[in-house]
Design a binder for this molecule. Sequence first.
Ligand code: 5GP
Length: 145
Amino acid sequence: MNPYTIFADIVAGRAPSSKVYEDDDVLAFMDIRPFTPGHLLVIPKIPARSLSELDPAVGGKLFQVGQQLAAALRTSEVGADGVNFFLADGVTAGQEVFHVHLHVIPRTPGDGFGLRGRPTTLPRADLDYLAGSIRGALDRNGNNS
Ligand code: 5GP
């Protein structure tokens, strides 16, 4: 499938963006339809459609830059009082642009932003069962704990 999206055009300078940070691996810019004022996106420069395609070192860098941006959102005129990180991986998770991106969303009291979710309460046995299944998958994928 074509790995190129509007974000690749932004990286290449073929499409406009309001940049706030750039280095060899990642770019951060203003979201064009912000949930709150100052909403940023941090993306890898090399297109990756999903987390499974993303170089883990670059994934780490997305978070690192996100941390720096979160601090800047608090001390800039955005005046963030809190920050949410959000990353949608896959259609079911709400991903619309298939170039991995970390949303960095500044929060102020009463800004109206929120994630909808209904927490459930599971018995410990169910939690342990799923934990075992996930540990098995990590092992099969060659990830040691
Ligand atoms: P997703 O739903 O895939 O997690 O989020 C995609 C995000 O990309 C949305 O918040 C949307 O506003 C943003 N977006 C889509 N197209 C553009 C664009 O051309 N420029 C910028 N700056 N943001 C975009």
